[in-house]
Design a protein around this ligand. Structure first.
Ligand code: A4P
Ligand code: MG
Length: 213
């Protein structure tokens, strides 16, 4: 266990019910011991990267992407194990997939505090943040000072990628109802600070709107 560090995770999905997967994956992260979700960006619809004019590109559906900000007491490799277990729980099978090809769920550790790390399993910061609008756009929403640890501004990096085509805000998770799961409390488990509305809350809110209209 270490002192709490601020973490940014990039989530992407383009196989199966991508929105339901992302919403449920954020719920799972919020339940993870030693990890608290403190903010979640909007869910963006993004064209596959690399783009079609790149020889590495793969023909596949659009992705949905979001970025989670969290606080964690987990060491980076322990956090990576948790995120890979979560990917597997949503049907990810690394042995049967293509690099940069379609996947039910991908979770990248973008930043863990100011750590700089290069091991066989983990590179921090994630080496391809600056090339990817599908990361930069949602990251900008949840990163208070808008700068990478090396001082590069996200807005500047995005300008370098311009023109941005085909990235659209799809929905906010606050508007996607889900089952309410009690949050674990206790030492070593910073309480989760992000909760999706339960089905009843959303039904209630819609009912209330209906009565007014
Ligand atoms: N690994 C090393 N550093 C990290 C890190 N910081 N975070 C290792 C996560 N994993 C890290 O990962 C391969 C290995 O990288 C892992 O076993 C881990 O030990 P992977 O998830 O299979 O990813 P990859 O295919 O090698 O590539 P990369 O660069 O992580 O790309 P992505 O993001 O995983 O590529 N287009 C859009 N619009 N939206 C997307 O979300 N995603 C991908 C998938 C391609 N195109 C996309 C999107
Ligand atoms: Mg990945």
């Amino acid at each position: 266990m270490t002192a709490e560090e601020t973490v940014y995770l990039g989530l992407g999905a383009n196989l199966g019910d991508a929105l339901e997967t992302l919403a449920a994956a954020v719920d799972v992260l919020a339940q993870t011991e030693g990890f608290a979700v403190t903010d979640v960006s909007g869910v963006y619809r993004t064209p596959p990267w690399p783009p079609p004019d790149d020889p590495r590109s793969v023909v596949q559906d659009d992705y949905l992407n979001l970025v989670v900000r969290g606080e964690t007491t987990l060491e980076p490799h322990a956090l990576l194990r948790e995120t890979q277990l979560t990917e597997a729980a949503f049907g990810r099978d690394r042995d049967r997939e293509q690099r940069w090809g379609p996947r039910p769920l991908d979770i990248d550790l973008l930043l863990v505090g100011d750590r700089v790390l290069e091991t066989d399993e983990l590179t921090l910061p994630h080496p391809r943040i600056a090339e990817r609008a599908f990361v930069l756009v949602p990251l900008m929403e949840v990163m208070p000072d808008g700068k990478l640890p090396d001082g590069r501004r996200l807005t500047r990096l995005l300008m370098d990628l311009a023109p941005l085509e085909g990235i659209e805000l799809e929905v906010r998770l606050e508007d996607v109802p889900g089952p309410r799961i009690p949050r674990p409390e206790g030492p070593g488990s910073p309480g989760a600070r992000f909760e999706r509305p339960g089905f009843d809350d959303v039904a209630g809110a819609h009912g209330a709107r209906g009565e007014r209209g």
